[in-house]
Ligand binder design. Sequence first.
Ligand code: G6P
Length: 477
Amino acid sequence: MNPKNNNKVIIVSNRLPVKIERKEDGLVISPSEGGLATGLGSIYNAGNNIWVGWPGIIPQDEAEKAFITEELRALNLVPVFLTEEEILGYYEGFSNEVLWPICHYSPSYAVYDTDNWNTYVQVNEKFGQIVREYIDSEDTVWIHDYQLMLLPNVLRKQYEKLSIGYFQHIPFPPDEVFRSIPWRNELLLGILGADLTAFHTFNDAQHFLDACTHILNIPIRNNYLQIRGRSAYVEVYPMGIDFDKFNNLSKDAGVKERALEIKSYFKQRKIILSIDRLDYSKGIIQRIVAFEELLKNYPELRDQVVLYMLVVPSRDKVKQYKRLRDEIDRRVGNINSVYGSTDWTPIAYFYNSYPVEELSALYVAADVCLITSIRDGMNLVSKEYIASKEETSGVLVLSELAGASKELIDAVHVNPNSVDQISHALHFALHMSEEEKLNRMKANFDLVKKFNIHHWVEIFFARMKEIKIQQRKEFAR
Ligand code: G6P
């Protein structure tokens, strides 16, 4: 196989779509089931296309490195191995202690450290070097997310005609918040190496354009700008989910049986479900406080309702995440000890990751799905819940500060910073008529079904193609 085969698609993201587990008898590598992996599956699995990213593991020696590389190549995946220092500076330090809090409108959580910035620059270059081993000037490269903001321009410097797309899965903040980052110019110019930069919502795209005008002084024409003689487009493509997967699972006999078991375990009490990664942007504390308000303000609901809260471990080496975990433990313990009884534990809290079948059973069983993100690029859990509700009823209570709220307009929207609003919304959801539940769910369901992950990938690539054709004409002039 000639890796430099023209017209390939190269997907690049911080993490590769694989799970690598170190078991007693060696490493086990399996493709991940994440939404992005499914959506892009038909792309990176085809022909000479590849996906470049970090395999999430530090090999013990050269032999293990070679083994991982070979196994991954068979799956069309190319690993970028990171050292411990690189993980600390690039991933934990700069990506998750500067870009994550800034893009989630939480500048007070940001920790600026020049060494971390330098490592971020180095690692983006490292990704660039690996991509270069495979690239040909007629290829299309699709870069994903904030860990790789510099990569578009790293590649652009060498390949003038390469087709480069950048999608940011997290929000883009107002320009004055982004300005707080000492290296904001470099970051913006890094992204602008792409021909097409896209976000989940109109606001994110507008904030990015504002930053280009106000920080870089680049004039904007509607949604596009000229940089070093090239056109760069900024557009909005809200990401969908693998609708069929969640919809089919919800109708699976095993999943349905498990959902009944969950219901009966909680003695048919109403189940309010929340699922998220451990993250301060998810509003987990606000949710716990709001649930306590519900129990305080509506005593008749005590013993009638359970908050099933699944928190998936994440970034546990980053200081703010450790603190958050302790805070959740403390608050959940407090509510359970104050309100609970021998027969009823108000909050069933799990700090774990579950297989998708169990998630599906929870979606089927849940009467309410509660999402209280204080800032969220999209929030795919809200869409997974809806796709799982064709046969059972339920209500989605959704933060208006999650990207998904712009699409799922028939959910019950709340401002996550108001515990009163959340607790009233929960009361409203728990007492909603079946007819209203059905009507609201149906409208959201049709939307999630239609604008699924495959649709998202299709329209992004179609747009990349159009831009490529247009730019060829520009180059020819
Ligand atoms: C968010 C980001 C992704 C990231 C994921 C998991 O969804 O947009 O880029 O991969 O969180 O976080 P992690 O730090 O574990 O990769």
